[in-house]
Design a protein around this ligand. Structure first.
Ligand code: XMP
Length: 509
């Protein structure tokens, strides 16, 4: 459990007593006595009450960052991807389904035939639909499972007018709904069965495990994969407020989305809270993360309204201009601390969204109270992010833009809604973000490797074995501009490129 008084409390109390709020460049973690080796730490954490993470890194719900390719890769690395909402509900739920079906553990809607279907009609269907498999579950008029047809049954059948019920196998092993991938694997191995249908109390078909899939998953997956109880990669999706949220939710839930994020620039607002309450009423089993906010009172209101996770960050992002255009927002480290202080009393996890540039920013965000960080700019230049690489001034780049940038808002209502401009005409839009290019960075796994490496080293210096211990033990120094200058490499004429460090960005006009 979290202690009431933490080492960092005094630091933040003093800072706020003077009316200041701090961000990453203003602070460094204090080192402490340590017997912790960086490679021995646990990075397990949570994005929301029921959504675990194996590394505390989540990808931003942005149209230049997270679609299925990046979401699959980040879940394989132990994190989580949030599919953006600059897509129609159909397109977005299709993206979700591609992640869920990447490791096809449990088939939720198995193909079946009817007991009265003739062999000929089934063979025609296999040809028409180009099915690559020849095994089908057989249902009766009550939709109850009565048998199984396999390739062998077709092979040895010389009368194509026979009905499925006349050639099917009736010796079936079934399991109950909720059987996990591991349990299914053990049952199938013991019983030497290639298929394990799941049925409910009435004997109706509710899912199917196929042994060859399970074998591939179990031999090919790493324990780092962030998977659900069916062995499928976890994925989240962004939704808006009101009707938008419900139009998306129905489709997202049917594709097995694990968590939804009410993704707005001002989470502490009437429509967001109403939407949150309604989602929790209609979809009580799905976790809802809500954002963005930066004040403790906002955190309290969202948690009281039923949030399973909250997302902190108003204006820290690399493409954000909200603070400059609207004049609002709290620097990120103070915002994370203040919101997590409230959230910790309730067990609701906090995600620090935006402003991460260097690996060392991650232990700082977590030390301040976050359970996870959300990153956009850091991973927008990877192979897995949407979009092609661009050659410009002799280098490779990828496009990265704010969801509140003119380009993103002109393209889709999803972006305009995030900034409360859903019904605004294109010529009257007020952007709160910019469009730009980030250096091409190659594989996502290489980028994440360096960020995870930095976090582990930070934990080693603080003496924290786990994410919770880092949140509890962390204490801070405030640093001046000279301290910050000293922290970066200095007094070298030329700095050789390092895999985990580039000097603060020089802007290309
Ligand atoms: P980083 O720093 O990781 O930030 O690139 C990503 C986060 O920035 C937020 N975001 C925006 N904020 N205007 C804003 O003020 C925008 O146009 C915009 N687009 C994204 C978002 O929270 C994201 O995760």
């Amino acid at each position: 459990m979290h202690k009431i008084e933490l080492p960092k409390d005094k630091f933040f109390e003093k800072v706020s007593a003077q009316g200041f709020a701090l961000t990453f460049d203003d602070v460094r973690l204090k080192t402490g006595y340590s017997s912790v080796m960086p490679d021995d730490v646990s990075l397990e954490s949570k994005f929301s009450r029921n959504i675990p993470l194996k590394i505390p890194i989540v990808s931003a719900a942005m149209d230049t960052v997270t679609e299925h390719k990046l979401a699959i890769e980040i879940a394989k690395l132990g994190g989580l991807g949030i599919i953006h909402k600059n897509l129609t509900p159909e397109e977005q739920s299709f993206e979700v389904s591609k992640v869920k079906f990447y490791l096809n553990g449990l088939i939720n809607k198995p193909k079946f035939v009817h007991e009265d279907d003739t062999v000929e009609s089934i063979i025609n269907r296999i040809k028409d639909k180009k099915y690559k498999f020849r095994s089908f579950l057989v249902l009766n008029n009550d939709k109850k499972l009565v048998g199984l047809l396999t390739g062998n049954d077709f092979e040895f059948c010389d009368n194509y007018n026979l009905k499925a019920s006349e050639i099917m196998t009736t010796e079936l092993i079934t399991a109950k709904v909720g059987t996990t991938l591991d349990e299914a694997y053990e049952i199938m191995k013991k019983e030497k069965k290639k298929m394990l249908p799941l049925v409910n109390n009435e004997g109706r078909l509710c899912g199917l495990y196929v042994f060859s899939d399970l074998k591939r998953i179990k031999s090919g997956t790493s324990p780092m994969y962030n998977v659900d109880k069916n062995g499928q990669l976890r994925v989240g999706a962004a939704v808006g407020v009101g009707d938008d949220a419900f139009a998306r939710l129905e489709k997202l839930v049917s594709q097995g989305v694990d968590v939804v994020v009410i993704d707005t620039a001002h989470g502490d607002s009437k429509l967001v809270i109403e939407t949150l309450k309604e989602i929790k009423k209609q979809y009580s089993s799905i976790d809802v993360v809500v954002g963005n906010i930066s004040e403790s009172e906002s955190a309290k209101r969202l948690i009281d309204a039923g949030a399973d996770g909250i997302k902190i960050g108003q204006g820290p992002g690399s493409i954000c201009t909200t603070r400059i255009i609207a004049g609002i927002g709290s620097p990120q480290v103070t915002a994370v601390y203040n919101c997590s202080k409230i959230a910790d009393k309730t067990g609701v996890p906090v995600c620090a969204d935006g402003g991460i540039r260097y690996p060392g920013d991650v232990p700082i965000a977590i030390g301040a109270g976050a359970h996870s960080v959300m990153m956009g700019g850091v991973i927008a230049g990877t192979d897995e992010s949407p979009g092609e690489t661009i050659f410009f001034k002799g280098r490779q780049w990828k496009e990265y833009r704010g969801m509140g940038s003119l380009g993103a808002m002109e393209k889709n209502k999803g972006s305009r809604e995030r900034y409360n401009q859903k019904e605004t005409g294109k010529s009257e839009l007020i952007p709160e973000g910019v469009e730009g290019l980030v250096p091409y960075k190659g594989k996502l796994s290489d980028v994440i490797f360096n960020f995870v490496g930095g976090l582990k080293r930070g934990m080693g210096y603080v003496g924290a074995r786990s994410i919770d211990e880092l949140r509890e033990k962390a204490d801070f120094h405030m640093i001046t501009a000279s301290g910050q200058k000293e922290s970066h490499p200095h007094d070298l004429e030329v700095i050789k490129e390092a895999p985990n460090y580039a000097p603060p960005t020089k802007r290309e006009e």
